[in-house]
Design a protein around this ligand. Sequence first.
Ligand code: TYD
Ligand code: MG
Length: 455
Amino acid sequence: MAKLKIKFVCTECGTESPKWMGKCPGCGSWNTMTEEAETPVKAQVPRSGLLRVKEKAKSIIDIESEREARVTTGLAELNRVLGGGLVPGSLLLVGGDPGIGKSTLLLQTSHALTKQGLKVLYVSGEESVRQTKLRADRLGALSSSLFVLCETNLDLIDEAIGEVRPDFLVIDSIQTVYRPDVASAPGSVAQVRECTAQFMRIAKGNGIATVLVGHVTKEGAIAGPRLLEHMVDCVLYFEGERHHSYRLLRAVKNRFGSTNEIGIFDMTENGLREVANPSELFLSERPLGVSGSTVVASMEGTRPVLVELQALVAPTHFPSPRRMSSGLDHHRMSLVIAVLEKRMGMFFQNQDAYVNVAGGVRLDEPAADLAAAVSLASSFKDLPTRPYDVVFGEVGLTGEVRAVSRAEQRVKEAMKLGFKRVILPELSVKGWQPPAGIELIAVRTVAEALKAALE
Ligand code: TYD
Ligand code: MG
């Protein structure tokens, strides 16, 4: 028998090397080379299932453009993140912390799809068939065209796919599946890469929309080679805080749509419930008439969402004051503080400053700047903000307030939720008709905004 050779593989880019190296020669990352047993090259055995699909080159004119024939999943929030629905033959990767609800989400999606007359195969390598059934009972997701398989051998999974011929396939999770002809252990770089490549062939060759569930590492990236994310069509992350019941579904890569959209769910006793009106949820715990709290109208993809941005400014006990922000970019927070110091004469050097966006939302739009400025100034001066104000606008280095996109949609969302005033950049008020019933305060500088908000 041939001796098993050891090689080292980079988890970032898949570069192989016969000896260990601290720095990957391929992509230059540090400490990413992991040990693996060399894969003995075997003759390709003909398979019984669907792996051997022969494709011929076709003229582009003759190719049927079924691309846009999307299958809506029955979960509106998921459709939104996918850019309209599932594309047949696409390969999706869903990542997230353990216990966040990935299996629950996919089981519910499977059930919703069977209701539309589609056939679904749910392959679980982590839970037994009975456990999956128990969960389905709890979710009310029982259907005769939902098939469940507890298997990790890819050849056998392939056979089952050939028998069931599903329209939608779930592999929970890709780290548990292995190819018997690849010598390394399940979850290793080689296995994950090879198995994903196989699933891609199955998905593309047969028009089966396939979802792979991926574990995440401690750093929050999907475990396995980085090129896994390049191979698939969409990469979705399911996130949330363990202590809160709502969950955000976010696309970080999407070949068929935008990556700005988020889907919002609430984890209940009976599974995930879609949240149709996120603003209401994010504002539900907001204290009224206190200092340091502002509501910002932010765009999450095409949807305006109102969230509370809190700030606390307190005397420091450290030689250099603390700056902590969660949900808002650290650099933007520093910029806003610098503008308040220099242009508004507020002395922050002996003050700790904390900024928090309620509900675990991440505001990566510059439109949140002005709200951060109002919250910080309100806490600094200990002046309460008005409870029925919404604030948005980008802050420039000279203290000017810059225009942001989609002002109209933001204002309408504020109106829908019963807010009375909106403080916004003057230049954003052009080109659309402000709705009646809500007062718009157009400002040019941070000073004007603070005057309007705090006096
Ligand atoms: P799960 O889908 O197993 O997470 P993952 O596959 O991402 O590891 O979700 C497990 C958690 O969800 C568990 O802590 C219990 C909770 N849960 C509910 O609160 N309600 C439910 O109806 C279900 C099925 C799970
Ligand atoms: Mg799971």
